[in-house]
Design a protein around this ligand. Structure first.
Ligand SMILES: CC(=O)SCCNC(=O)CCNC(=O)[C@H](O)C(C)(C)COP(=O)(O)OP(=O)(O)OC[C@H]1O[C@@H](n2cnc3c(N)ncnc32)[C@H](O)[C@@H]1OP(=O)(O)O
Ligand SMILES: CC(C)C(=O)C(=O)O
Length: 505
């Protein structure tokens, strides 16, 4: 409701175009390099998502980049296919040679870039910018111009450069905050001032050095900017660019701006890009993070169970996410009751209190509790001993100096006795390898996490082993065991998790 009040003073455009630069600036993320095929697959998804323009490559930079641009052009996407070019004829020629329909050219304009990087004066830079835009337009191609480091460029000179490229026929002007130095109010001021003279659509390209890329992009839109450069997952040079999913969801839901983006595809494209680039999203990443719609705190879950909006600003479905109720230290009774109801488990007050206290106890010790754990706790208090599908029938381990640690494990798997011997880097590793080799014959269960803790002091300390395992269908379970033998505790914990998963299947 406060937004409606302040919106009256904004110069919001009717719609905002998105230029996605995941494949260009996103690839500048240190450590990220995508193959031609990977870039093509991401471009297809970006097109489906509905971005207006995809900056697919910097064609002059390598034969692979040129192949990317050529191949993506051939796909006949709805999105414009854009290539980046310095203000150099050879860069533009390289882009033209790939048949792109849109060229984004740039040159540094700030005193730092002029003096130290380009070693050029103001007039030389201005004429290179104009010549390049004219050259692009002479080829009948859409031209976008960025004054690199615009936000550290003297305003009069910046306005002169933008005015000159506008006269040269540029289609879009972009204002890059190349090292993320702006704050929302200064971005608002700069765009408002530029808008007084520039008539072609203005966009912004914000970097996240101070975590302000999204805020600065939104502030530019408040001042009338019609385009935002963004990347999936906020990938990009150094701290990255404005995250597309955050910009888009804020524009649509906070500002009420109509856009062509199919927001329900945001989570899947984020996961796809994360898999391809190897850059994992933190769980608390806005919109697409694992926890974006997860609730653990009792008071929140109580609210969400009655009306999700109490603790969710948008629905998970809007972005292709799912709501999760997580059990842990901060869980309240309502969350546990809802989960038990879901699994059709009825406990009396005493039994419920036992389960509740177990969850709190585990939580206080920093453990996470899965749904399989809850079911097993509930079944234990109900007196139904958990069915053991896999039982340990025999176990021995050999280790020492100059001896390859070797474990022999005998398991009863649903009535069938199986034995395996395996080596490992240590006795625990050897034992787990032996169990997994036996289980691998029937199901594919992976060990995702292994933690060990000494509960009491001394060499005879009780060891608590905690594992998380999962199968190929995404069933996950924790396993725990506390005994005074580290290897036995590990074997028991792994079998505990395996049994929970098998019961779940
Ligand atoms: C802000 C940004 O994100 S801009 C995009 C940054 N992305 C990349 O740099 C990734 C791809 N880059 C590359 O493959 C290479 O750097 C290339 C092919 C572009 C250039 O490679 P090289 O010719 O070996 O030059 P190098 O990268 O060492 O130096 C950059 C050159 O471009 C010049 N230059 C930089 N920006 C511009 C510009 N906008 N217009 C004209 N010249 C420019 C520099 O002055 C320097 O020239 P010099 O070699 O004559 O001194
Ligand atoms: C090419 C330009 C827009 C750029 O990437 C930047 O300034 O960060």
């Amino acid at each position: 409701m406060y937004i409606e009040t302040v919106k009256k003073n904004m110069k919001l455009p009717k719609t905002v175009r998105i230029l996605d630069t995941t494949l260009r600036d996103g690839e500048q993320t240190p450590g990220v390099a995508m193959t031609v095929d990977e870039k093509i697959r991401i471009a297809q998804r970006l097109d489906k998502l509905g971005v207006d323009t995809i900056e697919v490559a910097f064609p002059v930079s390598s034969p692979g980049e040129r192949e990317v641009a050529r191949e993506i052009h051939k796909l006949n996407l709805n999105s414009n296919v854009c290539g980046l070019a310095r203000a150099l004829k050879k860069d533009v020629d390289a882009a033209i040679d790939c048949d792109v329909d849109y060229i984004h050219t740039f040159i540094g304009t700030s005193p730092l870039h002029r003096k130290y990087k380009l070693k050029m004066g103001k007039e030389e830079i201005l004429s290179k910018a104009v010549d390049t835009v004219e050259y692009i337009k002479d080829h009948g191609i859409t031209a976008e111009f960025s004054a690199e480091d615009a936000t550290r460029t003297e305003f009069d000179y910046l306005k002169k450069v933008y005015g000159a490229v506008e006269d040269a026929g540029v289609d879009y002007i972009d204002v890059p905050d190349t090292v993320g130095v702006m704050i929302p109010s200064s971005m608002n001021y700069l765009i408002s001032e530029l808008k007084k003279d520039i008539k072609v659509p203005i966009g912004v390209h914000c970097h996240d050095d101070f975590g302000l890329a999204v805020a600065n992009s939104l502030s530019a839109v408040e001042a009338g900017a019609e385009q935002v450069h963004a990347t999936i997952n906020g990938l990009g040079e150094r701290a990255g660019n404005a995250s597309l999913e955050e910009v888009v969801m804020a524009l649509i839901t906070r500002y009420g701006i109509k856009m062509n983006i199919k927001t329900e595809l945001l989570v899947s494209i984020s996961e796809f890009v994360s898999r391809i680039t190897g850059v994992k999203m933190p769980p608390n990443k806005a919109i697409v993070g694992d926890n974006a719609f997860a609730h653990e705190a009792g008071i929140h879950v109580h609210g969400v169970l009655q009306k999700a909006e109490t603790y969710e600003p948008i629905t998970p479905e809007m972005v292709g996410h799912t709501r999760r109720i997580v059990l842990g230290k901060l869980t309240g009774a309502n969350a546990i009751k809802a989960k038990l109801d879901k699994y059709g488990i009825e406990l009396n007050d005493q039994q419920f209190e036992k389960v509740f206290n177990q969850i709190k106890g585990l939580g206080d010790r920093g453990k996470c509790i899965t749904d399989a754990d809850l079911k097993s706790m509930a079944e234990n208090v109900l007196g139904k001993a958990q069915k053991e599908i896999v039982k340990l029938e025999g176990f021995s381990v050999m280790t020492g100096d100059n001896v390859m640690p070797t474990a022999t494990v005998k398991l009863n798997i649903d009535g069938e006795i199986k034995t395996a011997a395996k080596t490992g880097v240590g006795p625990v590793d050897a034992a787990i390898n032996a169990i997994q080799s036996l289980m691998g014959e029937t199901v594919d269960i992976e060990l995702d996490e292994y933690h060990i803790e000494a509960i009491t002091g001394g060499t005879n300390a009780l060891a608590e082993v905690f594992v998380i395992m999962s199968d190929e269908n995404g069933n996950r379970a924790t396993g725990r065991s506390t005994v005074d033998d580290v290897v036995m505790a590990s074997v028991d914990a792994v079998l505990d998790a395996i049994n929970k998963i098998l019961i779940e299947r």
